[in-house]
Design a protein around this ligand. Structure first.
Ligand SMILES: *Cc1c(COP(=O)(O)O)cnc(C)c1O
Length: 405
């Protein structure tokens, strides 16, 4: 179907929940994707931090093909080896003792919220159920997770929201102290706020949060749906921020593009879930888990994590150079291959300019460009992005100086 026809059919048949870019992507290879007309794009979105191994990675493709031929799905009524192997791998490489599998980031956070409530109910009684989250956060689109998400635009029109949530200011410990009380069961936050515009949590703030939570037996929940799986240069972001959560959620990059989510916890917390307490039909099915195992192997046994760390530093430096050279760039922030560039102008127009020049990026908020490429991105590919941004910003600066141009 030609792109124009596809756009018309999409406008007719799909619920209109997305503002889409005007291209139809048909295939991908490495850090590049190709549209219906055969145009090549350098992919700095990576399915929004999902395609950690890029497109068509042979190990991932082979793992999926093999598992698809053997067994795609059974049910959690039975044991399957990929699910147990994946849980073992995640446990062996994190603080956690146990894993629950589901199918998305929102579901992983739902599981985390339910687990925190169950833990607090069991230990302290039914009055302890509140979860403190952060303003400007993003935790998903289910009713509980839009409530957890501290952004009006996500909640508007869906009220009444879930009871039992309060909002602190990110990186502001005093607002936690003001909100927390004997009803508080958990504090949930992203180590780096992704959708909210790429804001990194301070180490000191996290340390105080950790100490506070430990003292009060409040569960510290890290939403690593975006920051996990090597995005920040370590397998999980918490590993380089100097604090360990009690519960952690994963999704996006976990299976390199096959839908999966996971909620991980220490034994003392995980034991609040007993048979029948929580479930998911598709959760941890063999296909998704085989894909995730291939991703884990590439990160843990291959050179991908190392590459992500080096390329993250290279990208951050290149973007910082842009900030030094162009007035439209007012801030650059992030860790590893999760980088944000705040502009004085509308980010959408720069996204469109990049697309026209064969580079896919996206905006997180009105003025922030977000860069979350595959972790296999190369130095030359980063150079191409930086050249493209330089061309666009140079032209913009020229237009500003010469408005009649
Ligand atoms: C994307 C994202 C989610 C939601 O994940 P879905 O798979 O879209 O439900 C939750 N938390 C964070 C931090 C995210 O980046």
């Amino acid at each position: 179907m030609p792109t124009e026809e596809l756009r018309e059919a999409a406008a007719k048949y799909l619920m209109q929940t997305y503002a889409r870019q005007p291209i139809s992507i048909v295939r991908g290879r490495g850090s590049k994707v190709y549209d219906l007309e055969g145009r090549e794009y350098l992919d700095f979105v990576g399915g929004i931090a999902v395609n950690v191994l890029g497109h068509g990675h042979p190990d991932l493709v082979q793992a999926i093909q093999r598992q698809a031929a053997q067994l795609i799905h059974t049910s959690n009524l039975y044991y399957t080896e990929p699910q147990v192997q994946l849980a073992k791998t995640l446990v062996e490489h994190s603080f956690a003792d146990r894993v629950f599998f589901c199918n998305s980031g929102a579901e992983a956070n739902e599981a985390a919220i339910k687990l925190a409530r169950r833990y607090a109910h069991t230990k302290y009684g039914e009055d302890r159920f509140e979860i403190i989250t952060m303003k400007n956060s993003f935790h998903g689109r289910t009713l509980a997770t839009i409530t957890a998400t501290g952004q009006d635009k996500v909640q508007k029109g869906f009220e009444p929201l879930m009871p039992g949530f309060g909002y602190a200011s990110f990186n502001d410990f005093a607002t936690i102290e003001a909100l927390a009380n004997e009803r508080t069961a958990g504090i949930m936050l992203e180590p780096v706020q992704g959708e909210g515009g790429v804001y990194v949590a301070d180490r000191d703030y996290l340390k105080r949060l950790r100490e506070f939570c430990t003292k009060k037996d409040i569960l510290l929940i890290f939403d690593e749906v975006q920051t996990g799986m090597g995005r920040t240069g370590t397998l999980f972001a918490y590993q380089q921020l100097g604090v360990t959560p009690d519960i952690m959620t994963l999704a996006k990059g976990l299976a390199g593009g096959v839908p999966i989510g996971a909620c991980l916890a220490k034994e003392s917390v995980a034991s609040a879930f007993v048979p029948g307490a929580h479930a998911s039909t598709f959760g941890g099915n063999p296909l998704a888990c085989a894909a995730a195992l291939a991703v884990c192997r590439a990160l843990l046994e291959g050179s991908v994590l190392d590459q992500a760390k080096r390329m993250g530093e290279y990208l951050a430096k290149g973007l910082a150079d842009c900030k030094d050279r162009f007035q439209v760039v007012c801030d650059v922030r992030g860790i590893g291959l999760l980088q944000g560039m705040e502009l004085t102008i509308d980010a959408k127009t720069v996204v469109a300019d990049c697309l026209a020049r064969g580079v896919i990026i996206n905006a997180a908020g009105e003025r922030v460009l977000r860069f979350v490429p595959p972790l296999i991105i190369t130095q030359q590919e980063i150079d191409k992005l930086l050249e493209t941004l330089t061309t666009i910003f140079t032209r913009r600066a020229g237009e500003e100086k010469d408005p009649h141009h």
